[in-house]
Write a protein that binds this ligand. Structure first.
Ligand SMILES: Nc1ncnc2c1ncn2[C@@H]1O[C@H](COP(=O)(O)OP(=O)(O)OP(=O)(O)O)[C@@H](O)[C@H]1O
Ligand SMILES: [Mg+2]
Length: 230
């Protein structure tokens, strides 16, 4: 199988001088197309930083990130925006839904942005139904519970059928039954469209159900507890 993602000797330093935070240190790994990877680690260990860098939302201080053969740091701003929209689906820790758009429009937004791309209405309806938010499609984010907002954010990430899905605790706010459903949907989607998923989770049982676990401690990959092998 091909590597869809290569992370090469990444460092990320936030701030300057006495305020410096070395959030990632020499992080290197590759991911094959279709893999479902769990990223685990204590709070502040660098998980969101890593996802943001892979998604091209921030740039590494040092090192390279190569997605489908493209060094994303070498892409211009406009190219990066288009590349991200076509290839990457994001689920953020804070959902980041558009407050002025209803559920359906939030989900369809990344597809509508991509001029020339046809909005697959049936597919969007299907994921809204599978995620149990079909009856909320005309509601606005502030009329939804945390779990419903989370599922809307997940539906939005899936809407473009992206090759790479980056999910920061997509089940963090869900009860255990919904968590199982959401995980099932992610797995089904990744199998159906040969999608690659990197999912941050604090739930060890969920992590164990993934193809591979990458453990991060203090900004570094922790190889001592098994899981990630080079
Ligand atoms: N924009 C920023 N500016 C300065 N420091 C930051 C910034 N973002 C993150 N950090 C710091 O970098 C480190 C890693 O943060 P990160 O958000 O990646 O952790 P995390 O593993 O996602 O934690 P959590 O599980 O709580 O979400 C932390 O020490 C954090 O305080
Ligand atoms: Mg985080």
């Amino acid at each position: 199988m091909k590597d869809i993602l290569q992370v090469k000797q990444i460092h990320k330093i936030y701030g300057a001088k006495e305020n410096q935070v070395h959030a990632l240190r020499d992080v290197t790994f590759s991911v094959r197309q279709g893999e479902f990877i769990a990223i685990v680690g204590t709070s502040g260990s660098g998980k969101s930083t890593l996802l943001n860098l892979i998604g091209g939302l921030d740039t590494p201080t040092q090192g390279q990130i190569i997605i489908r053969g493209h060094n994303i740091a070498a892409l211009g701003r406009k190219e990066l925006t288009i590349f991200r929209r076509r290839n990457i689906g994001f689920v953020f820790q804070n959902y980041s839904l558009m407050p002025v758009l209803n559920v359906y429009d939030n989900v369809a937004l990344p597809v509508m942005f991509d001029r020339g791309k046809h909005v697959d209405h049936e597919y969007i309806c299907e994921i809204l139904k599978e995620l149990g938010i079909w009856d909320k499609r005309k509601r606005f984010p502030n009329e939804l519970s945390g779990g419903q907002q989370q599922r809307t954010a997940l539906a939005r990430a899936l809407a473009n059928k992206p090759a790479l899905i980056l999910a920061d605790e997509p089940t963090g706010n869900l009860d255990s039954a919904t968590t199982v459903e959401v995980m099932g949907l992610l797995k089904e989607s990744s199998r159906r469209y040969n999608q690659t998923i990197l999912m941050v989770t604090h739930n060890e049982a969920l992590a164990q159900a993934c193809d591979r676990i990458i453990r991060i401690e203090d900004g570094q990959i922790d190889y001592t507890k098994g899981g990630e092998t080079v």
